[in-house]
Design a binder for this molecule. Structure first.
Ligand SMILES: [Ca+2]
Length: 587
């Protein structure tokens, strides 16, 4: 590679010299012919290393040819390690850049030198430079603005050094640069947008480096597709699965180079049991059920302050659930109370607040624990799960004037949670109870009622059930307080366990999806709550992050302004709002 790189730069130097000749700066054909002749004959056979002396002699010869006047009229003392002509200086084995250089020097070569860094503005005292060759030195680093003050530089060769680090703005300002070679160095990665200023680049040589084609190379892969310059092969030295591939050919890397995280965005100073969200006229709202403050706290996303602010307060006593339903652009909030009955509030556009719409007939409901609202064949329903021993889970239906009690579902079982699932064209309702395995009801179109269809066996003590989808597959997340919470998959007409997640005081195992990433949040009363992320290859959830929430009761997804949040309700502390953030690993 060293020979090859040197030959390439030799050819580019030749190009530079001929340009000069064409530019009528120097002499005539005789010397040009002599140069070509010498170059051709000095060229080593493939595989044979060209000695530095020989390389040097080629360069010297070129310079001698191009500069017949060896002794310029101006008095300038050529440094001892250098060979100087009117327009060129070549230094071999020097340890510094010559300090005093005549104004009309346009090419400078430093080979076999002993410096380690190309520092900021290192050559700015030679602003006339058009060619700079720094081959076979010991450079390891190129600093920001290393070539500042060289507005005319067209050829830059930094080959066969030990460059490992190139700063992001190393080549800043080189708008006339046409040829750049960093061949045969120790570079594994290049900083993003390194070539941004190189508007005139025609040829770039990066051969003979050990590039890691990981996320750090993503920008280079993209840039290769857009640049007009001719770029050498960039071979991947790693990671293992990319070894030997040409970065120039790649359209994607092994990873999408995106990671995510959950960061605390806002803490709301109320304890809560559950949170629900709704949108109304392009605004996003949340309804927080807070028993301790006796309210459904309505908050609105503030597009200017970029946080959630209090909008309204629906007061009551022992509020355990606030569920929103939007019917024909009217927003209702169903408020479930432990005592004093449950009610429905409606948003009053004139007064910009919620006002009472109706009482709910709750003769049979004694201890509401959960509300779910859903549609079957365009009809609106909601169900209240009753966790009292003598209670009865009840279905309510919308009849244009209000909701009325429609069907009593489940007696004597202390239901803790209801979940509506629509799949394969069938509407199902799953009820989790303290006293038995979860029961599945299926909507019967003829009877217009839910009829028991079966149960999910061996899943006693499930306190909550959630349905979710990953692509075409249907899953259930079943929460157990102590023991294992479970992930079940729908296969051949039944739900089958596919994963167990240890629960230590869990009231909620909540599935949610942000930016096509599938998560599960598992609350815990005794330790950290856990976020799991779906692994598409392993086809299971793996632990993603732990967060501390005091007595978590629910996790609710709220998306707005292209930002994604999860509200973690806490029965004993503040309601915490976490934001799902994207981290670009290629930066
Ligand atoms: Ca529920």
């Amino acid at each position: 590679m060293a020979v090859d790189g040197m030959l390439r730069s030799g050819l580019a130097v030749q190009h530079f010299m001929l340009q000069r000749v064409k530019g009528r700066r120097f002499l005539g054909d005789t010397c040009a012919l002599q140069y070509t002749h010498t170059y051709t004959h000095e060229r080593p056979a493939p595989g044979i290393e060209m000695s530095v002396t020989k390389r040097f002699s080629i360069l010297s010869l070129m310079i001698l040819c191009l500069s017949p006047v060896v002794y310029p009229k101006r008095i300038f003392r050529c440094p001892s390690a250098c060979s100087c002509s009117k327009e060129s200086i070549i230094c071999v084995g020097s340890s510094s850049v010559p300090r005093i250089i005549p104004n009309d020097i346009n090419s400078l070569s430093i080979v076999n030198g002993t410096f380690s860094e190309i520092k900021e503005a290192m050559f700015s005292h030679v602003p006339s430079l058009q060619l700079l060759l720094l081959n076979s030195n010991s450079f390891t680093t190129i600093r920001d603005d290393a070539f500042s003050g060289l507005p005319h530089l067209e050829y830059l060769f930094i080959e066969s050094n030990k460059i490992e680090t190139t700063s992001r703005y190393a080549f800043r300002g080189l708008r006339d640069l046409t040829h750049l070679s960093l061949a045969n160095n120790n570079m594994k990665a290049l900083p993003r947008d390194l070539f941004m200023d190189l508007d005139s680049l025609i040829e770039l040589d990066l051969r003979g480096n050990a590039f890691e084609c990981d996320c750090r190379a993503k920008w280079l892969m993209t840039w290769l597709r857009s640049t007009n310059a001719t770029v050498s092969d960039i071979m991947c030295a790693g990671p293992e699965d990319m070894k030997g591939k040409r970065l120039n050919d790649l359209r994607s890397l092994a990873s999408d180079c995106i990671s995510t995280d959950f960061v605390l965005h806002q803490s709301v100073g109320v304890q809560s049991l559950s949170v629900d969200t709704f949108s109304y006229k392009n605004d996003v709202f949340v309804a927080i059920a807070s028993p301790s403050s006796g309210s459904c706290m309505i908050m609105q996303w503030d597009h200017i302050e970029m946080n959630f602010r209090t909008y309204d307060n629906i007061t009551g006593q022992s509020i355990v659930g606030c569920k929103s339903v939007t019917i024909e652009s009217h927003v209702f909030v169903i408020v479930a109370q432990l005592f004093g009955g449950s009610r429905i509030y409606k948003f009053d556009e004139d007064q910009n607040k919620f006002s009472k719409f109706q009482d709910i007939e709750v003769a049979k409901v004694s201890k509401p624990n959960d509300i779910e609202a859903f549609q079957i064949a365009k009809e609106w329903f909601f169900v209240i799960a009753d966790s009292a021993k003598a209670g009865m889970t009840t279905l309510y239906k919308w009849n244009e004037q209000g909701f009325y009690s429609y069907q009593s579902l489940h007696e004597w079982f202390r239901d803790t949670d209801a979940e509506f699932v629509s799949m394969e064209g069938k509407a199902r309702l799953i009820l989790a109870s303290r006293s038995q395995s979860p029961i599945i009801y299926q909507w019967n179109k003829g009877a217009q009622k839910f009829l028991p269809q079966g149960e999910i066996p061996n899943m006693e003590d499930a306190v909550a059930v959630r349905a979710f989808r990953i692509k075409e597959d249907h899953f259930l997340a079943l929460t157990r307080y102590i023991g294992d919470s479970k992930v079940l998959k729908w296969t051949a007409k039944e739900f089958v366990e596919v994963q167990a997640l240890p629960s230590r005081g869990s009231m909620s195992l909540q599935p949610f999806t942000f930016k096509e990433r599938h998560y599960l949040a598992l609350g815990s009363d005794y330790t950290f709550s856990r976020m799991y992320l779906w692994d598409e290859e392993a086809k299971e959830f793996s632990l993603f992050k732990e967060v501390y929430i005091h007595a978590p009761r629910s996790f609710t997804v709220v998306s707005t302004d292209r930002r994604d949040f999860i509200f973690a309700s806490s029965f004993k502390g503040n309601t915490q709002i976490y934001e799902h953030i994207i981290i670009d690993l290629s930066l």
